[in-house]
Design a protein around this ligand. Structure first.
Ligand SMILES: Cc1cc2nc3c(=O)[nH]c(=O)nc-3n(C[C@H](O)[C@H](O)[C@H](O)COP(=O)(O)O)c2cc1C
Length: 211
């Protein structure tokens, strides 16, 4: 039983999205039988961007040359995919940046969404290779992006993440969000309370763990 958390905010553990993700981690731990699960944090801001060897490997029908596998982005990708395969739960703590995922999270995605490793290409399209497992996404945003129409900005974050995680086989994705962090202390307190109530109402223990 383990939790892999991808920390995407440039503010790291001081961030609102990390704070929200900790509420989720605590609930997963509370629902788990026996010992508390191990939590492994990965700082997405510390990841390499993809490099020439990696781009060549993904653009070729052949496996990359052995000499390139142990270095640069190819080596980092292998480690990140292994940590994802090993996790029973995935938690992504992320702010919204320019209506979508921050570049740090996009870097992690570019490392783990890897042809012949986490998905395969078939005549029917891309098919995921990973065993499904619960994914929880803790989002923080300066304004609102969901709800009853009061939001004034598009949301390219949640549909994109749902699609790209589904591409590698992760279809069990649940989003929680603290929205309107830029609207002052009262709005922030209300947004936190709503998000925490949503988390409290979620049946974490009832989720099947396939990994
Ligand atoms: C580069 C950048 C782009 C941002 N773009 C958006 C945006 O498109 N929509 C929004 O609601 N907030 C946007 N924000 C505000 C953050 O989402 C907000 O401050 C959030 O609470 C930060 O969460 P964190 O503490 O987890 O980093 C942006 C912030 C930065 C730094």
């Amino acid at each position: 039983m383990s939790i892999l958390r991808i920390v995407c905010s440039p503010r790291g553990r001081a961030s609102e999205s990390y704070r929200l993700s900790q509420c989720i981690v605590d609930r997963i731990a509370g629902a788990a039988p026996g010992r508390p699960p191990a939590v492994m944090d990965i700082d997405a801001n510390a990841l390499l961007h993809v490099d020439p060897d990696y781009a060549a490997a993904l653009s070729s029908p052949l496996d990359p040359a052995a000499a390139t596998l142990g270095r640069g982005a190819l080596a980092q990708s292998a480690g990140l995919i292994q940590s994802l395969q090993d996790a029973r739960h995935l938690v992504i703590a992320t702010p919204m940046h320019n209506f979508t995922v921050p570049s740090s999270l996009k870097a992690w995605i570019d490392h783990v969404v890897r042809v012949r490793h986490t998905f395969r290409i078939t005549p029917e399209g891309k098919i995921g290779n990973l065993a499904d497992r619960p994914v929880y996404v803790a989002i923080s945003s300066g304004g609102e992006f969901s709800g009853d129409g009061a939001q004034r900005q598009p949301d390219f974050l949640t549909p994109y993440l749902r699609h790209v995680l589904g591409t590698i086989g992760l279809a069990d994705v649940t989003f929680f969000s603290v929205e309107g962090t830029a609207r002052g202390p009262a709005a922030l307190a209300a947004a936190r309370a709503k998000a925490e109530a949503d988390i409290a109402a979620h049946a974490f223990g009832a989720r099947a763990i396939a990994a």
